[in-house]
Design a binder for this molecule. Sequence first.
Ligand code: PLP
Length: 438
Amino acid sequence: MGTFWSTTTTRGAPAVALADLSTEELAAFMQLQRAAYDELKLRGLKLDVTRGKPSAQQLDLSNGLLDLPDGFVAADGTDTRNYGGLLGLTELREIFAELLGVNLDQLTAQGNSSLTLMQQVLVGCLLHGAVDSERPWSAEGTIKFICPVPGYDRHFALLNSFGIEMVPVPMHEDGPDADKIAALVKDDPSIKGMWVVPTYANPTGDTVTEEVAAKLLAMPTAAPDFKIFWDNAYALHHLTQVETKSVDVISLAASSGNPHRPIMFASTSKITFAGAGVAFLAASTENITWYLKHLGLSSIGPDKVNQLRHAQFFKDAGGVREHMRAHAQIIAPKFDAVERILTERLAEHDIARWTTPIGGYFVSLDVLPGTASRVVELAKEAGIALTPAGSSYPLGNDPDDENIRLAPTMPPLEEVEVAMDGVATCVLLAAGEYLTSH
Ligand code: PLP
C-alpha cells in the first residue's frame, strides 16, 4: 500500500485499494463503471459547477438593498450623491473595520470588485513602486510572486498578464508552506510578493493560522518592499457554527517590523450582490495614503450611494454576521451533499481525497494523479461542466494532473446532488482506465 499523491501536504494520504485489485477484478470493475457512465450520458444532463457564484436564493437575501438608501445624507453629513470622499463612507467603513479586525483609518471602501483593487495595487507597484520601494518594480527586470497552490485562478491570470513569474508553493491546512517561502524570499530580490487567501481559501477552504501568518510577516526578504496580497474574500463566509477569526494581519505586521508588507482585500460580493457590492482595502496608513494618491488620479470618489445603502441595510457588524448565517443555511446543505456523495461513492476505493471546508465557496478534489483532465472531459461529455483541470495552478499547469475545484453554491441542491454523483462516476471510470493502461 502506498499513496498516489506525490505532493507532500498535511492532508491524509489514503491507501490504494483500487490499485490492489487483480487484473480480473479490475476488468470487472471497469465493466461496471463503463455501464454506469453510459447510463449517466443517457440522462442528457446540463449542469454547471464551475464558478463560485452565489445562487439566486442567496442574492434574494439582499433584495432589501433595492429599496435603499433611505435619503442620501450620511451620518457625517456627506451628500452621498456628490463627488468626493475617496476613502469611502465612514459609517460603512466602521462596520467593516470591526468585522475585518482593522482600525478605521486603515480601511478604505471602494467600488464593487476587490479584484479591481488588487489590480490597481499591482499596477501601482509596477509603475510607481510601493511605499517602501527604491524604484518601480517594472524597472527591476524579472519580477516573481509566490503563489500558494492550489489557489485562485484569477490571481494567477492577473500576474501572468503583467509577465510576473509565478513560483508555486504548497498550501497546507494551516496556510502556505511558510518555511519554503522564507527560504525562497531570503536571497532572491526579484520575488516581490505573494498572494494568499487567508480564510477559507479558494479552493481548499484552509485558514492561515496565527503562527504561519507571523512567520510570513516577520521573515527576512531580499526585496525590501515585499508585499503580501492578503485576499480575505471569505473572511465572513462560515459554513458551520465555528466562526473562524482571521488573523489580525496589519497589527501583526507592525509588531513584526514590516508594517507595509500586507495589503488586505475583501468585498461584499458574496455577502450582498456579487455585481453591485462594495470592495475594501485595508493596510498601514502609509499604504492607504499611497493607494489613494494614485487612485485619486482616476476617480473623484466611489459610489457612496451604494455604500450608504449597504450601511443602512446592515445597521451594524451584528447585522452582517446575522446575514452571513442566512447564507450558510442556504449553502451548507450543498456542501454536506458534496461530502456525503463523494464519501459514499469514492471513499472505499481510495482513489480520491477532498476537503471538507467549514467556510468559503469551494471543495478541492484530488483524484488519481494523471486523471483530473480525463475526469473533466468525461464529465463534460455527460453534460456536467467542471472548472478545467489545472485551473487552480499558475498557467493552468497542475504538474500531477490531480486537482479539480468544485463550486457547489450556485446550482439548486438537487442539481448539486446529481452533479456530484455524476462526477463520482467519472472519477471512478478515469481511475479504472488509468490503472488498466499503466
Ligand atoms: N478573491 C477570491 C479568493 C475569490 O474567490 C473571488 C471570487 O471568486 C474574488 C476575490 C473576487 O472578488 P470580487 O468580487 O470582490 O472582485
